[in-house]
Design a protein around this ligand. Sequence first.
Ligand code: 5GP
Length: 197
Amino acid sequence: MKLLEERIQKDGVVKKGNVLKVDSFINHQMDVDLFNAMGEEFKRLFADHPIDKILTIEASGIGIACIVAQHFHVPVVFAKKSQSINLDGESYVTKVESFTHKRVYDVIVSKKYLNEGEHILIIDDFLANGCAVNGLIDLIQNAGALVEGVGIAIEKGFQVGGQLLREKGIRVESLAIVESMNDETGEIFFRAQEHQS
Ligand code: 5GP
């Protein structure tokens, strides 16, 4: 998606440790018009998929997921990161290693909000090694629901997450795929994606 790539070129900051900072339009201050354009593009890309619900993970996925959901007219459920083990049996639980915080969280969704047979679209801000998305897939499968696809704002294509998901046959659409980036020069290169706007 050219609009997003241009914005990353303009306002993204490449940090050490393979981290791309996009605080001025996604992760701290949020550009809602940009999110809206992203929602329109996800709707076009997943037009042939039945979507009953969007699933994301707190905190940074929630804003994007809500705006995207306005294009699908479905509810958004966000998985919660929990410090304590949840043993009440009322929730689906999985473990996710955080790329940015380098620690492992229990991630939970109430059994009330993920149901057998539902068609789920996963939305998140970044795809790196795929830990967050794989955790969400685990929750969906525990519920007996179906993963219709994964919609990501920014994929770091030089990390393994996207490739592993696509090899499993999961439809992954990332609106910008960073092929490489350099924290010394600040340069960012994107993978060409002809099927996107
Ligand atoms: P993964 O679980 O795929 O390894 O990492 C994805 C999660 O880590 C996303 O939910 C995102 O919040 C965070 N993340 C991973 N890489 C980056 C990055 O380069 N920049 C930012 N801002 N967040 C990232």
